[in-house]
Design a protein around this ligand. Structure first.
Ligand SMILES: Nc1ncnc2c1ncn2[C@@H]1O[C@H](COP(=O)(O)OP(=O)(O)OP(=O)(O)O)[C@@H](O)[C@H]1O
Ligand SMILES: [Mg+2]
Length: 288
């Protein structure tokens, strides 16, 4: 991969804790360019919802942000620090694995398929990262894990294994697990799309309370009601580019691009829905 330009890098590295900046991010698979130069700024405490048609590159973008995939061009900066590079007197050199891991630790990721360890209880799933990666003592990590599980409405399920939990409960364990690493930014890739419809609300409610608490979040979602209610900024991606971004009222109410308008018509995003209200009542149930 070619080193990104120093101009990109200096433009990306002005941020405070919880900030994220992308400049010119490119990614190809087998000669096909999937991300074609993505610029994105997320301010501390901001909630950005990424929407767009299947295959548009949303998951690839999240995977590039947290370096599960290498970039073919451009830079990502978290809290003003480049991921994967070190800047020295205007020149960029590849950072050591250790340095990259340190910066990446500021990013938490919640996947569509929860990805819990089946042989560990909920508490153990949440505590294992802090013990293994952050070097916390087991008793302290498990005490904190119980607090986090209580905060996502799972105090009574802390000793259960994933197979004993519903999909919505498993996804809330996965959110607690991400929070246990004390990330500055949480990335979500369609966190509710593997859930039965009646379980979606409880997960959205937890995410909503995180957003209200000031967590910086980038959420890939098909839940237009959630995006409309919770996002500060909605980003519409199609064909590997950001077509349009703006506050939800503007993007949903008066999209500037015909491509955004066509997508919203197809996905029902332009119609008002009751989802947001459901998330509200579920919030009270889920957050004790
Ligand atoms: N590891 C990979 N190898 C080859 N092609 C890939 C790989 N990952 C993604 N792609 C391709 O990149 C394109 C974008 O995929 P991506 O998963 O980022 O889309 P998406 O916007 O998340 O879609 P969806 O809404 O269906 O989840 C697709 O054409 C996909 O086939
Ligand atoms: Mg995807």
């Amino acid at each position: 991969m070619s080193a990104p330009g120093a101009t990109d890098a200096s433009a990306a590295t002005a941020g405070a804790r919880g900030s994220l900046a992308l400049r010119g991010v490119r990614k190809s698979y087998h000669g096909t360019e999937i991300l074609r130069g993505i610029d994105l700024d997320v301010a501390p405490g901001e909630v950005v919802c990424l929407i767009g048609p299947s295959g548009g590159g949303k998951s690839t973008l999240l995977r590039c942000i947290n370096q599960l995939e290498s970039l073919d061009g451009g830079v990502v900066a978290v809290d003003g620090e480049l991921v994967g590079y070190t800047a020295h007197a205007g020149h960029l050199t590849e950072a050591s694995d250790r340095e990259t891991s340190r910066v990446r630790r500021n990013l938490g990721m919640v996947f569509q398929q929860f990805n819990l360890f089946g042989h560990l209880t909920a508490v153990q799933n949440v505590a294992t990262g802090p013990v293994k990666v952050l070097g916390r003592r087991k008793a302290e990590a498990e005490r904190r894990a119980r607090e986090l599980l209580a905060s996502v409405g799972l105090a009574e399920h802390a000793g259960k294994y994933p197979s004993q939990l519903s999909g919505g409960q498993q996804q809330r364990v996965a959110i607690a697990r991400a929070l246990a690493m004390e990330p500055a930014i949480l990335l979500f890739d369609e966190p509710t799309s593997a859930l039965d419809p009646e379980l979606v609300g409880e997960v959205l409610a937890v995410m909503k309370s995180l957003a209200a608490g000031g967590t910086t979040m980038v959420v890939v979602t098909h839940e237009m009601g959630f995006a409309r209610e919770v996002a500060d900024t909605v980003v519409f991606m199609e064909g590997g580019v950001v077509v349009e971004q703006g506050p939800p009222a503007q993007l949903f109410g008066a999209p500037r691009s015909p491509r955004t308008a066509a997508f919203l018509r197809r996905s029902g995003g332009e119609a008002h829905s009751g989802e947001a209200q459901d998330a509200d009542s579920d919030a009270e149930a889920a957050i004790s």
